[in-house]
Design a protein around this ligand. Structure first.
Ligand SMILES: *Cc1c(COP(=O)(O)O)cnc(C)c1O
Length: 459
């Protein structure tokens, strides 16, 4: 008999979590103005808001924390991080930052000017925020297939090279500071980008003389999908694949809270010494001196170990199989989600479930609140609330997809938790016809409103 699959680690420390009653949750979510971001985490049983910084560090990472060098300049920890970035990712120069968006801030403060265009595949929300805040345009060139949630193709995060080439032809290269390739494509459902696509994008960037930036939060998960779905790479190690992926990039921005499995940290890495030097002043002004940026020495140490562990096949297989397991439970119950299951999350297709809720009343947000009320599970809306208003017309933008993202923290929950999540969602699914109204906005910020928005029930 073939042995069943099991996790490639065992548990050394635990953290207790608390259940609650539906009545309690009704009060709590009302007090939080129906915004899941405004809930106390103590009021959540299974927290799938994000997989960012919420993973469990290993014994080796905790040991590295004890060995952190907190020197202001030239710390050993900085050199540990530098060596890991060189050995695993192949970049000679980098600046540490407190997280991924800070890396974007340092980079974009240097290279973006008003009126610029940054083509890419479904820019992440903070990336888009940093671009639009500087009055530049984040031009989405993702393949059209990405918006059909039921279509099963192996690399749904890919760039449409025709759209990209048109963008590169339509704009002079002085107006394109870089192309932004996000691996995996978070916004499209944690969907991977193939090596073939990376090669094609890189060739176009070279042809038109523009830089290629990889937004790399989940680069290791992307490498796992390349290994398991792209025939040429079947026998390559994750680390070999990662090296090739980054061989095509000029710049990488990294949220280390994802695939480097730390609770806080990030960096921007460069092939060009000149660009690295040009970015230093913004690092010093906004983050910290160039050898610690926004990070403690201990965290740089943990990050260096995390980069190594995060690019091991056994770890990635455990992680991605857990996401697939949750997907297979939803299949059993007929609940639609972005197919195939992504690397870090299941993206439930809220539009196909809550067919009576008008889009103006935030369909995926409504599903997220229902799931919280059902079982104290917290997901996050990827729909009209996140899409925000058009920066020029100030009209609400209604994206093609209304998704509820259930992000799975790394090495944190068991498959029993996955069973609870699937069952809770089934219960909501079974009463979907009775859910006819959503929520309206009471208060919102002019940019990135979803984090702090206050809502009320639609009447
Ligand atoms: C998380 C993320 C970021 C931003 O990183 P933070 O660490 O949250 O600031 C940027 N891009 C992608 C693709 C991400 O997933």
């Amino acid at each position: 008999m073939e042995l069943p699959f099991a996790e490639s680690y065992r548990i050394k420390m635990v953290e207790n979590i608390k259940k609650s009653t539906r009545e309690e949750r009704e009060q709590w979510i009302k007090d939080a103005h129906y915004n899941l971001f405004l809930l106390k985490s103590d009021y959540v049983f299974i927290d799938l808001l994000t997989d960012s910084g919420t993973g469990a560090m290993s014994d080796k990472q905790w040991s590295a924390i004890m060995l952190g060098d907190e020197s202001y300049a030239g710390a050993r920890s900085y050199y540990n991080m530098k060596n890991a970035i060189k050995d695993i990712l192949g970049f000679d120069y980098f600046l540490p930052t407190h997280q991924g968006r800070a890396a974007e801030n340092v980079l974009y403060s240097t290279i973006i000017k008003e009126g610029d265009v940054l083509p890419g595949n479904s820019h992440f929300d903070t990336t888009k925020g940093h671009i639009e805040f500087r009055r530049a345009t984040a031009l989405d060139c993702t393949i059209d297939e990405a918006s059909d949630t039921q279509l099963e193709i192996p690399f749904k995060g890919n760039v449409d090279v025709k759209k990209l080439e048109k963008a590169l032809q339509d704009n002079p290269k002085e107006k394109i500071p870089c192309v932004v390739l996000t691996v995996t494509n978070n916004t499209a459902g944690g969907q991977p980008v193939s090596m073939q696509n990376i090669r094609e994008v890189s060739a176009l960037c070279k042809k038109y003389g523009v830089l290629l930036q990889m937004d790399s939060a989940r680069f290791a998960e992307n490498a796992y999908f390349i290994k398991t779905r792209e025939a040429e790479f079947k026998n390559k190690s994750i680390k070999e694949i990662v090296k090739e992926m980054f061989s095509y990039a000029d710049i990488m921005t990294m949220s280390s809270k994802k695939d480097a499995i730390v609770n806080m940290g990030g960096f921007v890495a460069f092939k060009s010494e000149e660009l690295w030097k040009n970015c230093q002043k913004f690092c010093i002004m906004n983050e910290g001196f160039i050898t610690y940026g926004g990070m403690s020495g201990r965290d740089m140490n943990a990050l260096a170990v995390g980069l190594d562990e995060g690019t091991e096949f056994d770890y990635l297989e455990t992680r991605i199989k857990q996401v697939e397991y949750l997907g297979s439970k939803l299949d059993e119950y007929g609940i639609p989600y972005q197919r195939p299951a992504g690397g870090h999350a299941i993206f439930v297709d809220a539009k196909k479930i809550l067919t009576h809720v008008p889009k103006e009343e935030f369909i995926a947000q409504t599903l997220g609140i229902e799931l919280y009320l059902e079982a104290g599970i917290r997901g996050v809306e990827i729909g009209a609330m996140l899409a925000d208003r058009d920066p020029i017309t100030r009209e609400n933008r209604f994206p093609k997809l209304e998704l509820l993202r259930l992000a799975i923290p790394r090495r944190t929950y068991t498959n029993n938790h996955m069973d609870v999540i699937a069952t809770a969602l089934k219960n909501v699914y079974d009463r979907r016809e009775s859910i006819t109204r959503g929520y309206v906005i009471i208060r919102e910020e002019p940019i990135m409103r979803h984090f702090t928005v206050e809502m009320d029930k639609a009447k």
